[in-house]
Ligand binder design. Sequence first.
Ligand code: ADP
Ligand code: MG
Ligand code: MG
Length: 254
Amino acid sequence: MSVLTVKDLHVSVETDQGTKQILKGVDLSIASNEIHAIMGPNGSGKSTLAYTIAGHPKYHVESGSIMLDDQDVLAMSVDERARAGLFLAMQYPVEIPGVTVTNFLRTAKTAIDGEAPAIRGWIKDVRASMDQLRMDRSFAERNVNEGFSGGEKKRHEILQLELLKPRFAVLDETDSGLDVDALKVVSEGVNRAKEANGLGVLLITHYTRILRYIQPDFVHVFVDGRVAEQGGRELADRLENEGYDRFLTQTNVG
Ligand code: ADP
Ligand code: MG
Ligand code: MG
């Protein structure tokens, strides 16, 4: 079992108007096999947390720590984070012109495992995962994210999740722009990765819809750069009924 621990994390970015503090003391701890939902209004810093865990150079850690068991994640390069077992699916994934899905997956798998996967088993695994995600075989020969629909981008992320077998995944608004069928397929993929590999998941979402298909063990409500409240899945039900007004009023008063 592994634990990903975020402690008193403060993060800023440089803007034209100067340094902007975005995360103001985030505490979180995710163990293998656990699903944590991070919910919160737009602009509360959810994506900033995802980018910081990913090692995006724009996000400056002022203080605090991110540990993967006893390894200091903040001291690792982006590649090292992937090799250590962290997987980040971004809200706005980038296009990689000239690189097919097949080649991308194989290169990523080789980099993470430190050796190329045996070709026959690998092709079998890729096909099995694509079938489960109900992706057409021709998808493998397309360039990464080039002209992908919202649903195809998300399926491609889950395909990576199944094949690269990370220890922890951060999924940022994986539900945005998905119709119900795609949402189900993607959710099943996340659930399968948890069942099969004990994946721990940080599921960032603005809406409660995806939580009907991926049951969170814990829910954290982000407001103004910190966790304002945490609870079990009943907290998500409450947010579905009440929205975020209660929290926004609190910050306005404060
Ligand atoms: P969320 O994902 O919860 O909507 P974000 O982490 O994207 O929130 O953004 C939190 C706040 O930080 C917002 O006010 C946003 O405008 C600001 N912010 C995030 N990234 C940048 C950046 N690269 N440059 C300037 N401001 C940023
Ligand atoms: Mg946003
Ligand atoms: Mg966001």
